[in-house]
Design a protein around this ligand. Structure first.
Ligand code: SF4
Ligand code: SF4
Length: 403
């Protein structure tokens, strides 16, 4: 568990992380720098300031992307301090009633969440006329997928954690993940007891609900005695690995988190899938595909996974891989940040879109559902022909027929 006061004292206010903060780069106010936010948190702990609207607003204007923590020469975990402060606010004041109600409904899952996401999207569209976010399909991934997909080759037993956005917005990405896991010889469980990973609650500072959702997911997966829990959203995989922090030394949480693998990590390291891809026969159209890759913050900064997706993409013969400028610059989605600070979110996205355009890539690949939503919105808003694909989609499309 992080000792907040010790961590705060480690920040020497040098300001070297300023140029890495996507919010500061847009707003250029000292209060939006990491040191500015940390000074406020310290003043709050010392009783010099109270929970003013301005203080809460400054804390909410953080993507929790971790770019500052990554850049910090003193190793200060800035995003964890900001997260802690948000939890403190929730503990003292409780979440705003409407936000609390909406988040609470995540617990009821399935039918309600579809409606919630659809309504949320419609409201977002009405509020922001420029919004070009995709509409969720009529049926979910869970509606159309068996809870058990056997494999006779005696391969690894994996549980697939779908996540809310893949389940409701991108069921085809879930299907692509299943195809690849099958191709890799895995026996696949898709436990029905799973639901939201709980990250929206955690980010909002509601630890009680975050823990109850985490417990439900752990029970659903561990019941199947799987070797690994596979996740195709970087935000979810990063957070599922953090369940062990949420529950301290609880052995169940330790066991669960140790089994979690992001899909690109699992394919590259456990299945040696890059080698398989190199040996596969490929469709002719793959020869001309120029591809670039956006590093999700939750994958590169939180999990240090960045070589694996590149190795997989580059293993697909005929793909002309080109790095964009600053591939790990945050796209500006940040979950509810996108809705709460819409204009700012789009301002941050603009830089990412400029970097993508400069590559001349036909396809931009990523591994986080929030990034996918954001990049698709960017591509649609700018009227580009660039395709935005999840890494599982790219691999599924170009892996050739099962061997
Ligand atoms: S976590 Fe990201 S948005 Fe928040 S202060 Fe750090 S760099 Fe800025
Ligand atoms: S968080 Fe680190 S890099 Fe940023 S101001 Fe503090 S010590 Fe400097």
């Amino acid at each position: 568990m992080l000792n907040i006061e010790t961590e705060l004292h480690r920040c020497n206010r040098c300001g070297r992380c300023m140029s890495d903060c996507p919010v500061y780069l847009e707003e250029t106010q000292e209060s939006m720098t990491a040191r500015g936010r940390l000074s406020l948190v310290e003043a709050y702990i010392q009783g010099k300031i109270c929970l003013t609207h301005r203080f809460k607003h400054i804390l909410s204007k953080c993507l929790l992307c971790g770019a500052c923590s990554d850049a910090c020469v003193a190793g200060v975990s800035v995003h964890e301090i900001i997260q802690w402060a948000r939890t403190e606010i929730t503990r003292k004041q409780k979440i705003r009633p409407l936000k609390q109600l909406l988040l609470q409904k995540f617990l009821e899952q399935d039918t309600f969440i579809s409606q919630l996401l659809r309504q949320g999207l419609r409201i977002n569209r009405q509020l922001h006329h420029l919004s070009k976010m995709p509409c969720p399909p009529k049926t979910t991934f869970m509606d159309n997928t068996s809870s058990f997909i056997p494999e006779s080759q005696g391969g690894l037993r994996v549980g697939y954690f779908v996540g809310c956005i893949a389940n409701h917005f991108f069921p085809h990405i879930g299907q692509a993940t299943i195809h690849i896991l099958k191709d890799g010889g895995c026996t696949i469980y898709v436990p029905r007891g799973q639901g939201c990973c709980g990250l929206p609650f955690f980010n909002a500072g509601d630890l009680g609900k975050a823990c109850s959702l985490a417990m439900r997911n752990m029970d659903a997966m561990l019941k199947q005695d799987v070797d690994y829990v596979i996740v195709s959203c970087a935000a979810c995989s990063s957070y599922l690995k953090d369940y062990k922090k949420l529950f301290g030394s609880d052995p169940k949480a330790q066991a669960f988190s140790s089994k979690v693998r992001d899909i690109s990590e699992f394919l590259a390291n456990e299945l040696s899938y890059a080698r398989r891809l190199k040996d596969k026969p490929f469709p002719a159209e793959a020869q001309t595909l120029r591809v670039t890759y956006h590093d999700p913050c939750h994958l590169k900064k939180r999990q240090k996974i960045f070589e694996e997706p590149r190795n997989l993409i580059q293993a697909i013969q005929g793909i002309d891989f080109v790095e964009m400028n600053a591939p790990d610059r945050c796209c500006g989605h940040g979950g509810s940040f996108h809705l709460e600070h819409y204009k700012l979110s789009l301002g941050i996205l603009k830089h990412k879109m400029d970097d993508i355009k400069e590559t001349g890539a036909q396809v931009v690949v990523t591994g986080c559902m929030g990034c996918l939503l954001q990049l698709k919105e960017g591509v649609n808003s700018e009227g580009l022909n660039t395709k935005v694909l999840h890494i599982a989609q790219l691999i599924d499309q170009y892996k050739g027929e099962p061997s």
